[in-house]
Design a protein around this ligand. Structure first.
Ligand SMILES: *[C@@H]1O[C@H](CO)[C@@H](O)[C@H](O)[C@H]1NC(C)=O
Ligand SMILES: *[C@@H]1O[C@H](CO)[C@@H](O)[C@H](O)[C@H]1NC(C)=O
Ligand SMILES: *[C@@H]1O[C@H](CO)[C@@H](O)[C@H](O)[C@H]1NC(C)=O
Ligand SMILES: *[C@@H]1O[C@H](CO)[C@@H](O)[C@H](O)[C@H]1NC(C)=O
Ligand SMILES: *[C@@H]1O[C@H](CO)[C@@H](O)[C@H](O)[C@H]1NC(C)=O
Length: 471
């Protein structure tokens, strides 16, 4: 009977020693923590062993602190509470781990076994396509529950998905980023998180149109997430282009830049095209395909950025509107002249737009005739010199403002000079005419007088008569 009891207790002891190890899932390259059974004692000895090896891998004792085994790799460490931490997990770590603790005469033993959780690499997906994710779980004595946690992107409300294999229809930038496969097992005692990065290739549209009046404008074309060029290359990027449809000539759409994907990614100018870009090439940073243009009336129009992949072309369009104030007289304007200032985007505006003028030389523009886009100054005065600003508003939003500096001047001196010289010449000619007339008059008078004296002096008119009729 006694022997029987001894045998039973030995058997139970044997069973205890052979107790199944706790299952712990880990991802190669990830981090895993094997928890220490929490024994709250200051003078606890904690020894961690790998497999059946009798030599300690890492240990803690109350006297000398943490002790490492002879050739313990640096990726194995103890956490704050002396749990075993492996990071990054390597293929060789998938085995049994043992923890032995001693407090005075009591001892506590626990074993763990690592199992694989693997997420096969997913290729980059184009926006609108479906995303397939799978969390592969090595079979073990436990059956974990699996939850997929989507990336946390701003303005995206995503829900967790249950199951090892999931499918997400019609992906967008919201699905780009780090996806987490969360396993919970042993009645949620343990959980493991495995991760993978998903790239969604998308050219999202930006605020459109862009209103500008001066300096430079950035025409945006940017991938929704920070995707390395190598991933784009792997996804079959063939090329890309920027094309332009001028506002005043909608039929002449043409490409002016093309994407060079051969060595370094860059935009290169297409030869013999009318291009708003001066540079021959534009180097690209990260996922940004935007270009900068100097603002002028010539850049008004529609810009299209295309990225061509072997299975799809992505494109985004940006309308660029340039506000300009022009004077009907050019500059300067002379005193007394009339002038029209016109503020325009180069096309008719719908009624939800509004122009607000600000005439800074005067307290208000109300003394001038103005309709929405024109300001008419009937008679320019010197004090009208100054800055005329026009603001473009739509539905209470200030879109942009443009200004013009009106120079006013007195009518130029040369005109007066011409006037003076010509009037001088006229006066001179008049004087000359008067003088000549006087002289002629005087001569006539003299002649008349001479004749009169002759007649008067003649004493014998008959003789004289004879003299007159000489034959
Ligand atoms: C036990 O571990 C030590 C170092 O940690 C190593 O040198 C030895 O080969 C291991 N023994 C076995 C049987 O694996
Ligand atoms: C893209 O891939 C092609 C081959 O598929 C290679 O020749 C080219 O150098 C790669 N470009 C970059 C920028 O990695
Ligand atoms: C300015 O506009 C008015 C109409 O608002 C027009 O009668 C006038 O001829 C224009 N003047 C100039 C210089 O263009
Ligand atoms: C404003 O006046 C100009 C000429 O003075 C004219 O061409 C334009 O149509 C007018 N606009 C409105 C909205 O009345
Ligand atoms: C409207 O915007 C322009 C710049 O685009 C700014 O200079 C101007 O002060 C703004 N006007 C108002 C009333 O906010």
């Amino acid at each position: 009977m006694m022997l029987c009891w001894i045998l039973i207790s030995l058997f139970v002891g044997f069973l205890k020693a052979q107790e199944n190890p706790d299952v712990i899932y880990a991802q190669v390259g990830g981090t895993v923590t094997l928890p220490r059974k929490d024994i709250k004692a200051e003078n606890v000895y904690v020894n961690w062993y790998r497999g059946n090896n009798e030599s300690i891998t890492i240990a803690r004792n109350p006297q000398s602190g943490i002790i490492r085994g002879k050739d313990t790799k640096t990726h194995i460490d103890l956490s704050q509470d002396f749990s075993l931490k492996i990071s990054p997990v390597q293929e060789s770590d998938f085995e049994i781990w043992r923890c032995e603790q001693y407090v005075l005469t009591s001892n506590y033993k626990k074993t763990y076994k690592l199992y694989h959780v693997t997420i096969p690499k997913v290729p980059a997906v184009m926006a609108g396509e479906s995303l397939y994710l799978e969390c592969q779980i090595e079979s073990s004595p436990v059956i974990p529950t699996v939850t997929w946690i989507p990336p946390k992107n701003s303005d995206c409300n995503q829900i967790n998905l249950k199951g090892e294999k999931i499918k997400v229809n019609s992906v967008s930038r919201c699905h780009s980023g780090v996806w987490t496969c969360k396993l919970e097992y042993m009645k949620k005692t343990y959980h493991t998180e495995a991760t993978t990065t998903v790239y969604v290739i998308d050219l999202p549209s930006s605020p459109n149109p862009i209103y500008k009046s001066s300096s430079e404008v950035k025409i945006p074309c940017s991938l929704s997430s920070n995707i390395p060029w190598s991933i784009l290359n792997e996804t079959g990027l063939i090329g890309g282009s920027w094309s332009f449809t001028p506002l005043n000539d909608p039929k002449s759409t043409h490409s002016f830049l093309k994407l060079d994907v051969d060595s370094v990614f860059r935009w290169i100018k297409i030869p013999d095209t009318v291009s708003p870009v001066k540079a021959e090439e534009i180097k690209l940073k990260d996922h940004d395909l935007s270009i900068n243009l100097p603002v002028s009336e010539n850049i008004r129009g529609l810009y299209t950025c295309d990225l061509t992949f072997s299975r799809k072309t992505l494109s985004t369009k940006v309308q660029v509107e340039v506000l300009k104030v022009s004077s009907s007289r050019g500059s300067p304007v002379y005193e007394g002249q009339s002038v029209n200032l016109t503020c325009t985007l180069g096309h008719q505006l719908t009624s939800d737009f509004e122009m607000k003028w600000n005439c800074s030389p005067l307290s208000s523009c109300s003394s001038f005739k103005l309709n929405s886009s024109n300001l008419f100054i009937p008679e320019v005065k010197l004090e009208h010199r100054g800055k005329y600003t026009c603001e473009l508003w739509k539905n209470g939003v200030n879109l942009t403002s443009a200004d013009l500096f009106l120079k006013t001047e007195k009518a130029p001196v040369d005109i007066w000079l011409y006037v003076a010289i010509s009037s001088g010449v006229v006066v001179f000619i008049l004087l000359l005419v008067v003088f000549i007339m006087c002289i002629r008059r005087y001569r006539q008078m003299m002649m008349y007088r001479r004749r009169k004296t002759k007649f008067c002096c003649c004493k014998n008119p008959q003789q004289n008569q004879k003299g007159f009729y000489k034959t």
